[in-house]
Design a protein around this ligand. Structure first.
Ligand code: CUA
Length: 394
């Protein structure tokens, strides 16, 4: 029933947030153009072959007047037709091959012209060497999330990253476990992250906005929940974002100095009852850095207490619009603002029942010899307080 196939097309929206038909950068545009050349060549072949077939079926069909023993004129070989078909086939292949090769070179060669050099547009502090380089982002695929490192700028984030509008960004792709595939459909086609190997690609976002990406290679149980987001920002906004990312998290008492909290934490470890006097953020933090063992895998910049590298950096986790690698969205509607109530609920659910939200996730199971949440008995009230602390990490 071919009409059923047509029904599936009803679900297609070429402007949806992961549509390859709505390119917003030169790489995606180049790839779409190449796709369209192929589509037109194939359409031509379909029509040409289909018409000849249709002509033959009609012209040479059995006629009522034909005698039962009628045999059409038999022939063998036709040099003109055969040579013609060979020439046309070669022509079609050449028509596809030329733009294919052009696209391969275009997407492969990092445009290193001066206007893209960091020194030309970036006002923050960078090394002299970096001034002559294009902005580089190291992407790491993990089961089942992404980390993004900016070696020239000295920042690290997870699952949501930023890039400046209209500037070439060089990506180096690595995997920390199995093969993943980094795919940001509106900006570029997919490139795999492979253990033990560095793949690279470049991208440029031509329009300020939010772009949604996805792991595109089956990588285990929660492969489908391995999303990410790229924010293409104006130069000023990008620089402000870098400054924000560089800053450490505030201490749970609201100040910059963590020493008071560290003293309290030491006392709390001896006698948790002292937390009765504390507010929820402070107690949540104490749980985060002690019983919850969150700091063994996660990092919270500036704290000196959490420097884990096995899980997403949480220094500014509450500034991100989603949790669990894009899966739990903190916004009530697609392009809206973070809804604090929803965000708190998401943090709570994520710590309480991440195994239901993302089966097999290593925060629950434990990884690299670290205890997973399934072996730590947190009460609902403790989880609630940890969630409140997480929401304070801005
Ligand atoms: Cu990572 Cu699929």
């Amino acid at each position: 029933m071919p009409w059923v196939a047509v029904l599936f097309l009803v679900g297609c929206d070429y402007k949806s947030r992961q549509s390859t038909f709505d390119p917003k950068g030169p790489i995606a545009q180049e790839q779409l153009d190449l796709f369209m050349v192929t589509v037109w060549v194939v359409c031509f072949l379909f029509v040409a072959v289909g018409s000849v077939l249709l002509y033959a079926v009609i012209r040479f069909r059995e006629k009522k007047t034909d005698s039962p023993n009628f045999k059409p004129k038999q022939s063998h070989g036709n040099p003109v037709v055969e040579m013609g078909l060979i020439v046309v086939s070669i022509l079609m292949l050449v028509i596809i091959a030329i733009p294919t090769l052009q696209a391969i070179w275009f997407t492969h060669d990092l445009p290193e012209d001066e206007s893209n050099h960091l020194g030309q547009w970036y006002d923050g502090e960078i090394s002299e060497e970096s001034e002559e380089e294009v902005l580089t982002v190291y992407v790491y695929g993990w089961q089942w999330w992404w980390s993004f490192e900016y070696p020239q700028l000295g920042i690290t984030t997870a699952n949501e990253f930023a890039m400046p509008v209209g500037k070439v960004v060089n990506f180096e792709l690595r995997s920390r476990d199995v093969i993943h595939s980094f795919w940001l459909p509106k900006l570029a086609g997919k490139v795999d992250t492979i253990p033990g190997r560095i793949n690279s690609m470049w991208m440029q976002g031509d329009e300020v906005g939010h772009y949604y990406g996805q792991c595109a290679e089956f990588c285990g149980e929660s492969h489908a929940y391995m999303l990410f987001r790229a924010d293409v920002l104006s130069e000023e906004d990008f620089e402000a974002w870098v400054v924000e990312q560089k800053a450490g998290a505030a201490s749970p008492d609201g100040g910059e100095d963590w020493s008071g909290f560290k003293e309290s934490l030491a006392s709390y470890r001896k006698d948790p009852a002292i937390a009765e006097e504390w507010d929820d953020v402070f107690e949540g933090a104490a749980l985060f850095y002690s019983k919850g063992k969150c700091n063994t895998c996660h990092a919270v910049g500036g704290s000196g207490l959490a420097m884990g590298v096995l899980a997403p950096d949480l220094t500014h986790v509450a500034d991100r619009v989603s949790l669990g690698a894009g899966w739990l969205d903190h916004r009530a509607e697609d392009e809206g603002e973070i809804d604090p109530e929803l965000q708190l609920e998401n943090f709570y659910r994520w710590v309480r029942e991440s195994e239901k939200i993302k089966p097999g996730n290593l925060m629950y199971e434990g990884t690299g010899g670290m205890t997973g949440l399934k072996d730590i008995e947190l009460t609902d009230d403790e989880v609630r307080k940890i969630a409140i602390y997480l929401q304070s990490l801005k």
